[in-house]
Design a protein around this ligand. Structure first.
Ligand code: OGA
Ligand code: NI
Length: 337
């Protein structure tokens, strides 16, 4: 039976405590979103005003070949301007991408009890967390999204602790993505005048996490967001999105992509992956590479899934603008932390 979602307690109990998520709320047949999910006007997304980012995806199979320099330049240019780009021939098998999206839909279609096992406060493992936006103490509208997050430590622990329904495809996705991530970092760092040792890259991508995001259909897409504006804290993010669309990036500086402050949509491209620069790379590059704000809209037609891999430096690593860059720039924009 559909409960009342009007008061915070019953909303919390249904969505969070019982593991139904936003998806459960939608499945119960609600026709307008609860107040708690309504964004203030300034955070709402005017989808008719955003342009599409029309650049073709970058072909990574050309790295290391005769066109290496040209492709490296495309990567650098994208990281310096928008902070987002799409890649094809990335080494992650295309049928794996399809399985990942199907598996994400299957996982979120499981009965609530099955998912609720991994709720933050009861999860049998600190590596896995199932959740949904719910921070009632913050005076912030909630996001129209459910997710499961799997931290990677090593294969054995992943095999033991990640939910078995999504474990194998997620591990394979991570495994096949990492050599691409290393190559991209190599290119980005070389452009800054650094010849990165493998050990340096190891440190920068030491922590890894695979998430599955589920954005249910929404009766009031104009009032809600799937994810509100944020930048990713880590090193590089790899994102698989499905064909629904709705990922918007804020332009950090006037450039070929548009004017500072405008939002552009990263359109779905079959078999491509989206790459974005995280805060750590922005700091390392002394602000040259952009960790851009981005957000996701909701739709009333179809549920959307996305599957990001977040890479982050080792927790003890000291992150500061690279000396090679500071020397060239003559100043440093960020303190070491
Ligand atoms: C994220 C994110 C975008 C998307 O999970 O950090 O920005 O398209 N996701 O789901
Ligand atoms: Ni993000």
């Amino acid at each position: 039976m559909a409960p009342s979602f009007d008061d915070g307690n019953s909303l919390f109990n249904f969505v969070v405590r019982d593991g139904n998520g936003v998806k459960g709320m939608v499945d119960s047949g609600l026709s307008t979103v609860p107040q708690a999910y309504m964004q203030p006007p300034i955070e709402r997304i005017d989808k008719d005003r955003a342009r599409k980012h029309g650049h073709p995806p970058i072909d990574l199979s050309k790295l290391g070949g005769p066109e290496h320099d040209e492709v490296a330049k495309q990567i650098v240019r994208a990281a310096e301007s928008l902070g987002f780009f799409q890649v094809v021939n990335h080494g992650v098998p295309v049928d794996l991408l399809e399985s990942l999206k199907d598996t994400a839909h299957d996982f979120f279609s499981l009965p609530a009890e099955k998912k609720a096992v991994y709720r933050d406060d009861v999860s049998p493992t600190p590596l896995v967390k199932y959740g949904t936006s719910f921070v009632p103490q913050k005076e912030k509208a909630l996001e129209w999204k459910d997710y499961i997050s799997m931290q990677y430590t090593n294969d054995a622990e992943a095999l033991q602790h990640w939910p078995e329904e999504i474990r194998d495809v997620s591990l394979e996705y991570l495994r096949t993505s990492m050599s691409m991530v290393r190559k991209l970092l190599q290119v980005l760092l070389e452009n800054l005048g650094v010849k990165p040792e493998d050990s340096m890259i190891d440190v920068l991508v030491d922590k890894k996490m695979v998430n599955m995001n589920y954005y249910p259909t929404c009766p009031n897409p104009d009032l809600t967001v799937g994810v509100g504006r944020h930048s990713d804290m880590g090193t590089l993010t790899i994102l698989l999105q499905d064909g629904i669309g709705g990922l918007y990036v804020k332009i950090e500086d006037d450039s070929e992509f548009g004017k500072k402050g405008e939002w552009v949509e990263i359109p779905p491209v079959p078999s491509a992956l989206v790459i974005n620069v995280g805060d750590m790379v922005q700091v390392l590059s002394n602000g040259k590479y952009k960790s851009a704000e981005h957000r996701v809209r909701t739709t009333n037609t179809k549920s959307r899934v996305s599957i990001p891999i977040f890479t982050m430096p080792n927790a003890t690593a000291k992150i500061a603008p690279l000396p090679e860059v500071v020397e060239k720039d003559g100043n440093t924009l960020y303190k070491e932390f």
